[in-house]
Design a protein around this ligand. Structure first.
Ligand SMILES: Nc1ncnc2c1ncn2[C@@H]1O[C@H](COP(=O)(O)OP(=O)(O)OP(=O)(O)O)[C@@H](O)[C@H]1O
Ligand SMILES: [Zn+2]
Length: 680
């Protein structure tokens, strides 16, 4: 591909419509893709940004079973949630489609049919796992078992999430059905396979030799390792009733494999966007095709989909697949099923007007070359130390001082010093430098360069000290602010791909439109005399309490997960009815309660047992406030032999239930009863 393609088709991985979008998705795929596309648009490129929901496949049907609804209801719910949260976050797709669409059914069917008619598939009958109780073959994630590589007992039929190895169901040790939990049986079934082995020499030439230097090392390395291990025919159909039906005779009850279906979704979405001209974006050699994905999708976008496109014959191949590694959250793998995530729609609700802050943090900390960790502390620090103290501070000082000394009108420059000229020369170099980094998918470095521009501005202001200069030389002060405002004006354009909201607000403040990328860096972007709007802060500080609340939310999730995992304690030995009868269990009311001095856990209670008022010492101080206990009815073992505890004689015992997390709950009657009532 020449450095100067006629047009771009940029795709972002189709998210599964089985859950909302989280920060891992954003950092891995959608934020870098959006930066890339916004930059290309600013540079005047013809670009189409394509995405949509992946609505087929086993993750959808499993979710439907779990929620007790139909697969259609699952995808309708999550498609809308995902589409809206992307829009609110400012991901600027040209189309956000869905693979359950009519167009997709037609295009995917037609694609399969062409390959079938041209004998590009091999037909093969094999033994596959079948759940006799559910009456269903167990594709992919419908089967779990022990991973032969790492011993994980919950590996899926297609992949072990613990060690990352790709599996086939028959490799699992002790396989069991996700549907019934039963051990499945083997049954014969017929499927169509794409003979990847036949494409191996071509893939080796195209990737291993052809893209050694321009694909990212993590992507190239994974592809090379797949190819070096030897490629095998891969089934592109499944025994399922949810998906695009296999459009050939003898395929009743079978649908296209979701990874055959999903990438074709990029094509059908483009067709929905451009019914007349979509083919230019997929078939013309002047088009540069780029796929943004996370690392677990590399094999599908670099090997399987290209082999499909090659087999079809009419399509161009991806020019690059700049896949990212994974983002983790506070040291743990992000997981939809464990609810270990920062969900985009929740972030947008909790941090109104702060989409740009998340975009900034996820780009600055993107897992471009290795897995990375998102922490709320880092989020706060980057906002406060970088966005507020660097970028926001520079812009704010330039605008505020212009209002203060020049009634908000851009002052004229009266002769440049060598310092001014040096700053303006440096400014002129930024657009190209940042652009080249983006062209090479180095978004973190590009963002850092952008921040260097406002660092340059801050340093220039600190060196020139216009707030002091004004006392002696108004004309020179005007020149300094004139120069500073040119930097700020360039930021309107250069910020836009990264922080679109801040860019727009800055443009309004400075009274300039964002220009074409190439024109940023000019030293005359803001004419003398231009009236600025009142200054407002682009970013504000995020307080400790705000991030602590988010951390608490995660701690609550962790606790809930542990509770869900907890199993009941084993049963105790049998006791006789007589033994039980010997216990004097009765209801009393707490009439006084206080902490036992110099202890952490003990409360001294006075309980009216109907027989008497007696003292009971109980180890419950961590869970109850003494005052709140007064007046509560409680269950008491009244004939427990008295015991000395911290110098107090305890005459009986309070009964409590202990929750899995160790917290305690009082045993109380369902409604008030007379003190002294027996429990039997
Ligand atoms: N933690 C992460 N870091 C980076 N990229 C991610 C992360 N999680 C998912 N992705 C990428 O986001 C894209 C869409 O993800 P997809 O909807 O397929 O969900 P997924 O990979 O099953 O994630 P999850 O299991 O969390 O729902 C994929 O390209 C995937 O690689
Ligand atoms: Zn494993």
């Amino acid at each position: 591909m020449s450095a100067d393609p006629q047009r771009y088709t940029v795709t972002a991985a189709l998210p599964y419509a089985n859950g909302p979008v989280h920060i891992g998705h954003l950092a891995g795929v959608y934020v870098p893709a959006d930066i890339y596309v916004r930059y290309l648009r600013a540079a005047g490129r013809d670009v189409k940004f394509i995405c949509g929901s992946d609505e087929h496949g086993v993750p959808i049907t499993i979710r439907a079973q779990k929620e007790g609804v139909t697969p259609q209801q699952v995808v309708d719910k999550y498609h809308a949630l995902i589409r809206d949260s992307f829009a609110d976050f400012g991901i600027s797709f040209d189309i956000y489609s869905r693979t359950s669409s009519q167009t997709q059914h037609e295009v995917a069917s037609g694609f399969f049919k062409k390959l079938y008619d041209e004998n590009k598939f091999i037909e093969q009958t094999s033994q596959q796992y079948y759940d006799e109780q559910a009456g269903q073959f167990l594709a992919d994630r419908y089967i779990v078992g022990t991973c032969p590589n790492c011993g994980n007992e919950n590996a899926y039929g297609d992949q072990c999430e613990k060690c990352g190895s790709s599996l086939s169901p028959t490799e699992l040790i002790n396989p069991r059905s996700m549907l019934s939990g039963n051990q499945p049986v083997l049954r014969e079934t017929k499927h169509w396979y794409l003979p990847l082995d036949q494409y191996e020499p071509w893939l080796r030439e195209w990737i291993v030799e052809g893209h050694k230097n321009d694909w990212k090392a993590n992507v190239y390395g994974q592809c090379k390792s797949w190819i070096d291990q030897g490629l095998h025919p891969r089934a592109v159909t499944r025994d399922l009733d949810w998906g695009v039906p296999v459009p050939v005779p003898g395929a009743e009850g079978k649908v296209l494999y979701v990874w055959f279906d999903a990438p074709i979704g990029y094509i059908s979405a483009t067709k929905d966007l451009l019914p007349d001209t979509w083919e230019t974006y997929w078939k013309d050699s002047g088009t540069k095709l780029v796929h943004f994905i996370g690392k677990d999708n590399i094999v599908f976008h670099c090997i399987i989909f290209p082999a499909m496109l090659k087999a079809h014959g009419d399509y161009i191949l991806p020019d690059n697949v700049p896949a990212n590694e994974f983002l983790n959250l506070e040291g743990d793998k992000i997981s939809t099923s464990r609810n270990w995530a920062v969900w985009l729609h929740e972030y947008l609700a909790d941090f109104p007007g702060k989409a740009d802050v998340l975009r900034y943090v996820l780009c600055a900390n993107a897992p471009e070359t290795k897995d990375n960790d998102f922490t709320w502390k880092d989020f706060q620090a980057r906002n406060n130390n970088e966005l507020v103290a660097n970028l926001g501070n520079f812009v704010n000082r330039a605008v505020v001082l212009t209002h203060k000394f020049f009634e908000g009108k851009v002052p004229a420059a009266v002769g440049f010093t060598t310092e001014d000229e040096d700053v303006l020369r440096q400014l002129s170099e930024f657009p190209q430098r940042i652009g080249e980094l983006i062209d090479n998918y180095r978004f973190r470095d590009a963002l850092n360069e952008l921040m260097n521009l406002s660092r340059l501005g801050n340093k220039y202001l600190a060196d020139m000290e216009p707030w002091k200069l004004i006392k002696t030389d108004e004309a020179r002060t005007g020149t300094v602010l004139h120069v500073s405002l040119q930097l700020a004006a360039s930021l309107v354009t250069l910020l836009e791909p990264f922080l679109p909201t801040a860019a727009e607000r800055l443009g309004q403040m400075l009274n300039v439109e964002k220009g074409p990328w190439q024109a940023a860096g000019r030293s005359d972007a803001l004419a003398a005399g231009t009236q600025l709007a009142p200054s407002e802060l682009l970013f504000d500080k995020i307080e400790d309490a705000t991030v602590e609340a988010q951390v608490q939310k995660l701690l609550d999730t962790k606790k809930a997960n542990e509770l869900a995992k907890a199993v009941a304690a084993p049963a105790k030995e049998d006791v006789s009815f007589d033994d039980f009868q010997r216990m004097d269990l009765r209801i009393g009311t707490v009439v006084a309660a206080e902490k036992v001095a110099k202890t952490k856990k003990l409360l001294k209670l006075t309980v009216d047992t109907g027989l008497d008022r007696r003292t009971i010492v109980s180890g419950i101080a961590e869970f109850f406030i003494p005052e709140a206990l007064i007046g509560q009815q409680v269950m008491v073992l009244a004939n427990l032999a008295p015991r000395e505890i911290k110098g107090i004689t305890s005459q009986g015992m309070l009964l409590l239930a202990e929750n899995a997390d160790g917290s305690l709950a009082l045993m109380q009657p369902g409604h008030e009863v007379r003190n002294g009532s027996h429990v039997a």
